[in-house]
Design a protein around this ligand. Structure first.
Ligand code: PHE
Length: 369
């Protein structure tokens, strides 16, 4: 055990000419007595009582300290210091003992507590991938297996890439097809203003500029439209762009690849069909539908009784777009498509409201664990 009571150095050195005075004697006796009592205390409760007995308002030590003011003036500094030392010493001793007793009590409590080792452990909550990115990974994997590379592009895009290079010149009414968030920034002569990209198509041109032809890529990414939200429209959603450029690429490749992708993803025999469609950056342009998975083509509420689900826009890449990307249209041709990854996830999981997807509500996302 550590010795808690230290003899005051002051007494040994500075007060040699005085034999221990009665006051000093009393002080020291009280200190010794207090320390001994503290040492014997067996519980925090008795310790508290002892504390009151010595240090309380009417406590023995307090009483003595109060009496010091009546001492002759020249003795005051010495006794003042001594009594402070004693008081600190006693207080410290209380604190140490209290800690010791509490530790003992805790140990005892724990050893007496009944511990049922058969109770199953609490399940730890681990995070998981959001349903959108889960399906993105699946789509990437399928295209990857068919030889496509995955590309990325900026979400803050220039008007040049988002419209101009895609055969949508300034003041052309086709710009109104997509409601755009314009970012306040200087109007660069070539690149125009900055916008939040309205589709992943600008990366078609960026990819051609960077890698030239031939090219076989998909570009998953987040896009933004300035529109009123409802159960099937949100201002932020995810798309997957596809681009295949080669010397003898035709739309039949597109049909085959999409049927394969959807059949693998849904683990079913999915059929696809083309309908004519208009997008300024493809010629001819088309829409691709796939056979309804719920009714298998018979017609139900989900497919509005048509047996088909509208899926994506596509077409042969327009000559002007190839040119903008630095690819010679006389030598190369290809197709492009763009589908909503968000819509695909909604179809796969039968999610009734698009706004749930980016709501951040974990009661929703947890269901896809
Ligand atoms: N970018 C078009 C859209 O967002 C989709 C599309 C991509 C159409 C490629 C044709 C070719 O609606």
């Amino acid at each position: 055990m550590k010795k808690t009571h230290k003899k005051s150095k002051f007494v040994e050195t500075k007060y040699l000419n005085l034999k221990q005075s009665p006051v000093e004697q009393t002080l020291k006796n009280i200190e010794i007595e207090a320390l001994a009592t503290i040492k014997k205390a067996s519980s925090p409760e008795t310790l508290k009582e002892i504390e009151v007995e010595y240090l309380g308002r009417k406590g023995k030590l307090t009483h003595l300290l109060r009496g010091l003011k009546d001492l002759p003036k020249e003795q005051k500094p010495f006794f003042g210091k001594l009594s402070n030392e004693i008081k600190t010493n006693v207080e410290r001793s209380f604190a140490n003992k209290l800690q010791e007793l509490e530790n003992q009590k805790l140990k005892k409590d724990l050893s007496q507590e009944f511990f049922d080792t058969t109770i199953p452990a609490k399940k730890r909550k681990v995070g998981h991938i959001h349903p959108i990115y889960k399906i993105q990974e699946e789509v990437e994997q399928i295209f990857n297996n068919m030889g496509f590379s995955i590309m990325d592009g900026p979400e803050v895009e220039s008007e040049y890439y988002n419209f101009e290079t895609l055969n949508i010149p300034k003041n052309h009414p086709a710009r109104d097809m997509q409601d755009t968030f314009f970012l306040q920034d200087k109007d660069d002569e070539k690149h125009g203003r900055f916008v939040l990209r309205t589709h992943t198509s600008p990366v078609q041109v960026r990819a051609m500029e960077k890698y030239g032809a031939p090219l076989r890529i998909i570009i998953p990414g987040r896009v933004f439209r300035y529109e009123a939200t409802d159960a099937s429209h949100d201002s932020t959603f995810d798309q997957v762009e596809g681009l295949l450029i080669g010397k003898d690429v035709s739309l039949s490749h597109l049909k085959g690849i999409m049927a394969e992708m959807l059949s693998t993803l849904f683990n079913a025999d999915v059929k696809v069909r083309f309908r004519p469609g208009y997008f300024p950056f493809v010629e001819p342009g088309l829409e691709l539908d796939f056979s309804c998975l719920l009714c298998e083509g018979i017609g139900c509420k989900a497919c509005k009784n048509t047996g088909w689900m509208e899926f994506m826009g596509a077409g042969m890449v327009h000559k002007n777009v190839l040119k903008a990307g630095g690819v010679d249209p006389e030598e190369y041709q290809g197709w492009a498509f763009g589908f909503g990854l968000t819509r695909l996830a909604m179809m796969k999981h039968l999610i009734p409201d698009i706004r749930l997807i980016s709501s951040g509500d974990i009661r929703f996302t947890r269901q896809f664990n």
